[in-house]
Design a protein around this ligand. Structure first.
Ligand code: PLP
Length: 389
């Protein structure tokens, strides 16, 4: 068992040591197999060892793996063009992670505010990353408190409360509204269509920039390239990461003309958008944007959510709610049942899931998960939940 003796102990005790992966199955150091419904937390969109991803990355490694952003590369150009065309945005910046994409989005918005309007309105429970700007946007005190003071210029409003959003938007320094279409880390939390419609109207009335954190929901996860159009939001700035590189570290900030304010020297990064990660992103997009793929995610997502809803009906004393969009689903347990215990019991049965938010089991499998694997997982979950006392 790996012990991570020299790794700073920010992750506490980890579950196990993983050794290999193929398709949607990972194998631990003892050779036990698990169907992976976590996928590196919504990262491994194509699972493990996908031939197109392997070929793209190995081929690029042999050709040109990294150059600084002092130089153009054709593969980076083509990726930015693809991302813009697919999202309807006009410019892209490439980063290496979700938190870095959010930092880029914050800076871009601030650039447009020109120092007069600085405040970014965020939702309580939102998770935007661990670097200081993204952490200030993250509305969870436990993540922020040990690192106070937070950078200023962020306000948090209660999740789902339009009046509070409008009140915050009245402030003369209000600059932007930042949201996740589905709050992932908070426990796959969704809001009704009326909320999003109202939020969009408030943003338009108060000339707020609309910033979508699609780090977890984007790149096909919710059954469309982006989740924002599914809920009726029209962002000016979009942050992507996670699924974009299928496991290679790449993030992106996209913006429309209204938000396109960066000047030479305003922003930059060493690794962001290097050819190797761009090659991975192209391979992911080739699969995710192919005809019929989004439909398959919608279909499998509906299967998963229907199965979770059936469990909710079967175990009303244990389960509070099933919810989600596409292949991003959650099952919230009542507080007296420990979600982490269910994660462990599922692991024993050969399935990897995790527990997010208060007490919500989260299911974010590779987008190539098979219907039969979803059924297998639901059968195991039924047995585990049925066995809870
Ligand atoms: N935004 C959202 C919605 C996320 O779920 C995450 C990570 O979980 C982040 C930002 C931060 O991304 P990263 O961990 O790649 O920095």
């Amino acid at each position: 068992m790996a012990k991570a003796e020299y790794f700073m102990n920010v992750y506490g005790a980890r579950q196990m040591t993983l050794a290999t992966g193929t398709g949607c199955i990972v194998t631990d150091e003892n050779g036990k197999e698990y169907i992976d419904f976590l996928a590196g937390v919504a990262v491994n969109a194509l699972g493990y060892g996908h031939p197109a991803l392997v070929e793209a990355v190995c081929g690029q490694m042999r050709t040109l793996h990294h150059v600084s952003n002092h130089f153009y590369t054709d593969i980076q150009d083509r990726l930015c063009e693809r991302l813009c065309k697919e999202s309807g945005m006009s410019k892209a910046f490439l980063a290496s992670s979700g938190t870095e994409a959010i930092e880029g989005a914050i800076k871009l918005a601030r650039r447009r505010g020109e120092g007069a309007r600085t405040k970014i309105i965020c939702l309580e429970g939102g998770f935007h990353g661990r670097t200081m700007g993204a952490l200030a946007a993250t509305g969870t005190v436990k993540y922020q408190a040990p690192f106070a003071p937070m950078p200023s210029g962020f306000a948090h409003v209660p999740f789902g409360d339009l009046e509070a959003l409008e009140a915050a938007a009245y402030s003369k320094d209000a600059l932007a509204f930042l949201y996740e279409p589905v709050q992932g880390e908070a426990g796959v939390r969704t809001l009704p269509g009326e909320y999003w419609q109202g939020a969009m109207e408030i943003c338009q009335r108060h000339d707020l920039l609309v910033i979508a954190d699609e780090v977890q929901t984007g790149v096909g996860r919710c059954g469309a390239f982006l989740a924002s159009p599914l809920i009726g939001m029209q962002p000016d700035i979009i942050a992507l990461a996670k699924g974009l590189g299928g496991g290679l570290p790449i993030g992106a900030v996209l913006c429309n003309e209204r938000a396109d304010k960066f000047q030479p020297g305003d922003h930059g990064t060493t690794f962001g958008g290097n050819p190797l990660c761009c090659a991975a992103a192209h391979a992911v997009l080739d699969v995710v944007l192919a005809d019929g793929f989004a439909k398959s995610v919608v279909f499998k997502g509906a299967m998963l959510l229907d199965g979770l809803r059936e469990l909710t009906v079967k175990y009303p004393n244990i389960i509070l709610q099933a919810r989600g969009r596409g292949l991003m689903c959650g099952l919230e347990l009542k507080p007296e049942y420990d979600g982490k215990n269910v994660v462990t019991l599922m692991k024993e049965k050969g399935f990897i899931i995790n527990c997010a938010g208060q007490n919500t089991l989260r299911f974010v499998p590779p987008l190539i998960i098979e219907a039969a694997q979803i059924n297998e997982m639901l059968t195991a979950l039924d047995a585990v939940i049925g066995g809870l006392k």
